[in-house]
Write a protein that binds this ligand. Structure first.
Ligand SMILES: CC(=O)CC(=O)SCCNC(=O)CCNC(=O)[C@H](O)C(C)(C)COP(=O)(O)OP(=O)(O)OC[C@H]1O[C@@H](n2cnc3c(N)ncnc32)[C@H](O)[C@@H]1OP(=O)(O)O
Ligand SMILES: NC(=O)C1=CN([C@@H]2O[C@H](COP(=O)(O)OP(=O)(O)OC[C@H]3O[C@@H](n4cnc5c(N)ncnc54)[C@H](OP(=O)(O)O)[C@@H]3O)[C@@H](O)[C@H]2O)C=CC1
Length: 283
């Protein structure tokens, strides 16, 4: 199967990055969100990233315009009626994702693959909301999408081999590196990363050290590009909490209990960089 037309659902930090790399690789992309202003914000971010590429001489202004011309704004899921692949990057919530996938199943052509960029939720359960579970797959990009090389590809229980192959091939077309994993909560990436971030939050909560000291230990001592609290702010504290809850519910093991400080910040609306305040404050 040949993928030409892609729809990306959710024009937040992940969805806009995914739309950008798909358009840069030559795919025609519909970028969908609930409201026009969210799509506009996503497209403005893409425009800014492409302009930086032009400024740095990695792309001509003409190439930038060609990429932008491959991107179309959408606020109607019915626009999925003409696509070969949907990549869903809406909020990390099973109820919302299941609803989107059930609707997409009715709208998208029979041949279309329905992929989710979920960072932790079971692909098998998302697939069960559709009548085409063999065409549902996890395509987990890393943040920031234009920079990070990995795409974790998650096979649900019913995912067809042919569908896996199409997504693996497409990942390479996007100049990314596919890594295949099975469907368990948090997959590999967030099963390993998020407990480390949660433990860093506990370390702050228990007063072991300041936020700056915790980040410095991991940056200077372990050569991480960002300290865990900065990274949590970068990912989004709501997303971090959803992931910890998925691990906690999915494995039923207390070692995955989310830190109360993380819950408190999310309740306060301190979601990290995207809202201007998390562990740190941002302009
Ligand atoms: C939660 C999940 O489900 C899974 C996840 O995604 S977990 C998160 C995974 N991501 C990480 O762990 C990121 C860790 N951080 C890093 O790797 C680095 O700090 C970083 C790549 C984000 C920034 O790198 P840096 O060297 O500190 O900063 P900087 O020099 O400003 O940026 C390096 C390049 O990345 C680009 N970049 C940085 N942030 C960007 C963004 N949000 N969008 C697009 N490009 C970006 C910069 O423009 C720069 O590119 P140039 O080559 O044009 O200069
Ligand atoms: N942040 C990260 O580092 C990573 C996140 N992910 C995953 O990607 C997904 C998106 O995360 P991220 O981009 O960070 O989140 P953001 O909050 O930045 O963006 C989510 C976007 O989806 C929109 N949205 C919510 N519900 C719907 C819907 N029903 N239809 C269309 N759009 C909708 C939101 O609108 P509104 O603001 O109105 O809610 C928002 O614009 C999540 O599943 C997350 O787990 C995966 C890898 C890394």
């Amino acid at each position: 199967m040949q993928v030409s037309n892609v729809m990306v659902i959710g024009a937040g930090q992940m969805g806009s990055g995914i739309a950008q790399v798909c358009a840069q690789a030559g795919y025609k992309v519909l970028l969908n969100d609930l409201k026009p202003e969210f799509v506009e914000r996503g497209l403005a971010g893409i425009n800014k990233n492409l302009s930086r590429n032009v400024d740095k001489g990695r792309m001509t202004e003409e190439q930038k315009q060609e990429v932008l011309a491959r991107l179309t704004a959408s606020t109607d899921l019915n626009d999925a009626s003409g696509v070969d692949l949907v990549i869903e990057a809406a909020v990390e919530n099973m109820e919302i994702k299941a609803k989107i996938f059930a609707q997409l199943d009715e709208i998208a052509p029979a041949h279309a693959i329905l992929a989710s960029n979920t960072s932790s939720l079971p692909i098998t359960e998302i697939a069960a909301a559709t009548k085409r579970p063999e065409k549902v797959i996890g395509m987990h990009f890393m943040n920031p999408v234009p920079v990070m090389k990995l795409v974790e590809i998650i096979r649900g229980l019913a995912t067809a081999d042919e569908v896996y192959q199409v997504i693996e091939d497409m990942t390479k077309t996007l100049s990314k590196v596919p890594v295949e994993v099975n469907d368990y909560p948090g997959f590999v990436s967030n099963r390993v990363l998020m407990p480390m971030i949660n433990e860093a939050i506990f370390t702050l909560y228990e007063g072991v050290a300041t936020k700056e000291a915790i980040d410095d230990v991991m940056k200077l001592g372990m050569n991480h590009p960002m300290g865990p609290l900065t990274l949590a702010d970068f990912i989004g504290l709501d997303t971090c909490l959803y992931i910890m809850e998925t691990l906690h519910d999915g494995f039923g093991d207390d070692k995955y209990r989310p830190c109360p400080l993380l819950r408190k910040y999310v309740k306060a609306g301190w979601l990290g960089k995207k809202t201007g305040r998390g562990f740190y404050t941002y302009d």
